[in-house]
Design a protein around this ligand. Structure first.
Ligand code: AP5
Ligand code: MG
Length: 222
């Protein structure tokens, strides 16, 4: 039986969290819980949450902590996450979210927190080339005009487009907010030994090998 996992993946916007979490979720057979994907699904559904979140996301801001904690708590209480575990992508993103998560997971603590480390200049280049399937969220890299139009997703046949928050202004705001609000989590999880830093500057295959090795090492007794 493949062991499950309870993981948090931190990292700047564009570090490759979503790309790697899809692979890690298959590897450990646990749900990939991306708060960004959950909010984008709410936007597509046109729910009240989605209408509020769209304005905040398109401006590169952060949705309120109470709302995000409630969404994640509900998701972690579902059977798959309770029994197998989960990979959290994009949560927590502030110290209050991390404190709330420690309370939610007190009975079944996380295995480790990984900081997928990629410098700001490189993530800017990755985000500006990113294209995403509007329906299933698969990531693609734009070859700047050489791709086919319309661009159809190879996985589900949906439209491949640029994300609404991948505009230069929103990208810069998101990266500034990362430094202000999210980077303190490196200290938060580092101070009690839960943090592992993984260098995310390599091919997606190489980064995946580094991540699985880091999780196995963190779980090894002693
Ligand atoms: P979210 O969807 O989480 O976006 P983000 O944080 O901006 O992160 P990204 O998805 O941009 O980056 P990623 O690390 O997943 O990179 P990816 O794998 O795509 O959140 C969106 C918004 O929702 C937030 O701004 C906020 O408003 C709101 N929100 C979400 N959670 C919240 C919370 N907890 N609290 C409050 N608000 C919240 O990779 C990027 C590109 O690089 C891709 O094109 C990919 O193909 C490419 N790539 C990946 N790996 C490599 C590699 N190794 N080499 C070369 N290219 C690579
Ligand atoms: Mg992502």
């Amino acid at each position: 039986m493949i062991p499950g996992a309870r993981l948090i993946i931190l990292g700047r916007q564009g570090a490759g969290k979503g790309t790697q979490c899809v692979r890690l979720s298959r590897h450990f057979v646990v749900p990939h819980i991306s708060t960004g994907d959950m909010l984008r699904a709410a936007v597509r559904e046109g729910s009240e949450l989605g209408r509020m979140a769209k304005q905040v996301m398109d401006a590169g801001g952060l949705v309120g902590d109470d709302i995000m904690v409630g969404i994640v708590e509900d998701r972690l209480n579902r059977d798959d996450a309770r029994t197998r575990g989960y990979i959290l992508d994009g949560f927590p993103r502030t110290v209050p979210q991390a404190r709330a998560l420690d309370g939610i997971t007190s009975e079944r603590p996380i295995d480790c927190v990984i900081d997928l480390d990629v410098p700001r200049d490189l993530v800017l280049a990755r985000i500006s080339s990113r294209r995403v399937c509007r329906d299933c969220g698969t990531n693609y890299v734009s070859t700047h005009g050489l791709e086919k139009h319309p661009w159809i997703c190879e996985v589900c046949g949906g439209d491949v487009m640029q994300r609404d928050d991948d505009t230069p202004d929103a990208i810069n705001r998101r990266l500034d907010l990362y430094e202000e609000q999210t980077s303190p989590l490196i200290e938060y999880y580092g101070s009690d030994g839960r943090l592992v830093v993984v260098d995310g500057v390599a091919t997606p295959d190489e980064v995946f090998v580094r991540l699985t090795a880091a999780v196995e090492a963190a779980r090894r007794p002693g």
